[in-house]
Design a protein around this ligand. Sequence first.
Ligand code: PEP
Ligand code: CO
Length: 409
Amino acid sequence: MLKAIKDNHAANWSPESWQGKEALQQPYYADLDALADVTGKLKDSTSLVAAEEARRLKKSLAAAAVGDAFLLQAGDCAESFAEFHPQNVRSIFDVIRQMAQVMTATSRIPVIKVGRIAGQFAKPRSDSNETRNGVTLPSYKGDIINGMEFAPETRRPEPQRMLQAYKQCSTTLNLLRGFARETGTAFFTAHEALLLPYEQALTRVDKITGGWYDASAHFLWVGDRTRQIDSAHVEFLRGIQNPIGIKCGPTLAPEELSALLAILNPANEAGRITLISRMGHQKVSDVLPGLIRAVKAEGRIVTWACDPMHGNTTTSSTGYKTREFGHILSEVKKFFAIHHAEGTIPGGVQLELAGRDVTECTGGKFKVTEEKLSQRYQTHCDPRLNASQGLELASLIADELRDHYQTEG
Ligand code: PEP
Ligand code: CO
């Protein structure tokens, strides 16, 4: 019994132990009674995902770590209340499924399908405040925290938003489960574990294994802004048994990564950690090899994935936050080439993608120009690939995958 408890529980950890650490990027809630009321309700609510499903995903990610599968993670930068519609859930599900089919058809490698969906609501921001015409208000941090409209009452963080987000997650998951059943597809959910009171409230003990699971999604990741080794976010993720991701930006030092892996995966369990590098196409060749060598030198099992979006954000001449398809592709290609040179496994990608014909990223076969960005620029945060850009990228990734494994023999 004692041994079982030891195996299933990280030492000195509880769902609320993060509260003893510095938590960056959290909203300021003025009404603490309202916050307690909301988290109490969430604590009593039904789990969004089952621990058994998270374990299944972990097994698949362990396969991706050794090249027997490939992870395709994609979806909104930020989900929103206003854009929620079953048709939008269907279209993102369909695009991810089609992209996976393209990739498997060319490379013969099974693709693990994971949506940035049913929980991808909270956003880290570079500035906690925004000033317009001399008026300063809290920055928009995602619909689970506050509203996008630049008005004092909308920008005020409201705990009740967590309940609306939870409800939308629940409906979205029901839809996804239906689509998955109908198409015979395994489909998982993921989001950044940013808003810690929400994640804590949905964390429960799994009756089968006795381990703690965050029942808000199958896969949770820590963002590039909150991954400090002594951060509240790392403390929270340390104790849950879900598969987890670490965003690795260009400022992450190899020693820091080694320390993170020791904290987050002391038993070196396969499938537990996915490292999501997001360096930008100009920096990836300088920074990624050092991280790969540190991980390799210590014999750490990880699944390497590439987020070619967040290091390639620019502002168009027309004033839109955008990303150029050619830069995204360039980072993906370099990710494959670097892993090929280092003798390691390129195990997946994470993309910001819409199921519809948005105009947020420039380039691609149909040449979205800077002038066209204003036509259907609908994102609540970062620019997403549209469905056609996503499929085009999938077919180019498929070529990379095929070439990588063909030359491996
Ligand atoms: C994101 O994935 O939306 C995000 C904020 O990424 P990062 O933490 O890598 O900047
Ligand atoms: Co983003």
